[in-house]
Ligand binder design. Structure first.
Ligand code: AMP
Length: 412
């Protein structure tokens, strides 16, 4: 399959080549022709499937083919500012080779609205926005909606999770009723399904099963290590594994700051990413990771959601996520379309039971490892028996038993 056969304009085929994409991903092969034909689309696919380009390419083409003067033709709604910014970047990159210049606006909350209002003077062709800020802009009369021909809901499940249902309904009520709707979601629980059913007309349903392709590209590792040894082990792995970039997940804003400070003090180019950083600070940190000025990004789940960091060779769960779904989401940050990656989880004794649940959910066992010099001294059986007491010393006998169990492949 080639990008030439999907009905895309030559300039856009050139643009994907310049991005280094050789062949369309499954969702691109299915969605691009359908969107070009004007169909509604229900895309059940995760980040990493190539879904952004799957809607961005045909959307750009349809906007350029529209007749008449410049007006807002397409709206992409995204749940987070990071995703909005990234999607805007993808759209701009893909539109760069076009003979005519498209004006692509990006708008999100948490920053002053004034520059966004200024930027919209003279109109735009396409906007990527978070729902609340889009409504603000509409209230400021910065956008005219009468020419909108396509609406994209990206990560619709997250839009609902983050409580955007009211904003979405208000936006839908303001849009022309004759329009194309493109709906993308990684999961499809009842509320998302009913939103889709209310919105889509005879949609082309495209479902991309994430597991087989994605999990093959991601090698999972689980390392038994004591709580207190996690940062030293992290430093050791940075030295021995040769990861140019690493995304480390922690459980809290405090941990993000604490771990990145500790690494920084030890000469590692580390930075923290969490929800309480200003938008400017977040963008700076992400840019530094892209350029390589930052090697290790220590992040919370909320902050890392929807991020597209190219060429991420590894992610590391310093703390395990509470939900199994978040585990899948986290490890999916590496091994993106066409690349391979490794996902390492630190498993202190009192996290063993929780990790087994995660394994059960994903239907896949991950062999436990110990790294010489960083062997766990607390055993899972002890942690459970005593309610997860940390730092308790283990007898030599227990240690030998654990090692034997480990060697024989059993989980300690
Ligand atoms: P997405 O699912 O849209 O978040 O895309 C995930 C990653 O895949 C991004 O880093 C894209 O640049 C990359 N990508 C998208 N389409 C392709 C393609 N056809 N070939 C290779 N990489 C792609």
């Amino acid at each position: 399959m080639s990008f030439n056969t999907l009905g895309l304009a030559p300039a856009l085929v050139r643009a994907v080549r310049e991005q280094g994409y050789h062949a369309p991903t499954a969702i691109q092969a299915a969605a691009i022709p359908a969107i070009l034909r004007g169909r509604d689309v229900l895309g059940l696919a995760q980040t990493g499937s190539g879904k952004t380009a799957a809607f961005a390419l045909p959307l750009i083409q349809r906007v350029t083919e529209a007749e008449g003067q410049r007006q807002l033709r397409a709206i992409v709604l995204a749940p987070t500012r990071e995703l909005a910014a990234q999607t805007g970047e993808v759209l701009r990159d893909l539109a760069r080779t076009l003979p005519q210049r498209l004006k692509i606006a990006v708008a999100f909350g948490g920053v002053s609205i004034n520059p966004q209002l200024m930027g919209l003077r003279g109109g735009c062709d396409l906007i990527v926005a978070t729902p609340g800020r889009l409504l603000d802009l509409i209230e400021h009369n910065a956008l005219r909606l009468s020419g909108v021909q396509s609406l994209v809901l990206d990560e619709a499940d997250r839009l609902l999770d983050l409580g955007f249902a009211d904003e979405l309904n208000r936006i839908l009520a303001l849009l022309p009723s004759q329009r194309q709707n493109l709906f993308f979601s990684a999961t499809f629980p009842a509320p998302v399904k009913s939103l889709a059913e209310g919105l889509l007309r005879e949609p082309e349903r495209i479902e991309i099963a994430p597991e087989p392709a994605r999990s093959d590209a991601i090698r999972q590792r689980a390392i038994h290590v004591d709580q207190a040894q996690r940062t030293p082990l992290l430093r050791h792995l940075l030295k021995t594994e040769g990861w140019a970039r690493l995304l480390v997940f922690v459980a809290s804003r405090y941990a993000a700051e604490h771990v990145s400070d500790k690494l920084w003090a030890q000469g590692v180019r580390a930075a923290a990413l969490h929800g309480e950083l200003s938008q400017g600070a977040r963008s700076k940190v992400l840019a530094a990771l892209r350029t390589g000025d930052v090697q290790v990004l220590v992040a919370t789940d909320v902050a890392a959601r929807g991020l597209d960091i190219p060429e991420l060779p590894a992610v590391l769960n310093y703390d395990l996520p509470r939900a199994a779904a978040d585990y899948t989401h986290r490890i999916g940050r590496t091994g993106r379309a066409g690349e391979s990656g490794v996902a390492v989880s630190f498993i202190p004794a009192d996290a063993e039971a929780h990790f087994r649940l995660i394994e059960k959910r994903q239907g896949r066992r991950v062999p436990r490892e110990q790294i010489p010099g960083f062997e766990a001294k607390v055993l899972a059986s002890q942690a459970q028996a005593v309610g997860g007491i940390k730092g308790r010393r283990v007898s030599k006998k227990d240690k030998l038993r654990a090692e034997a169990a480990h060697k024989s492949g059993a989980v300690a």
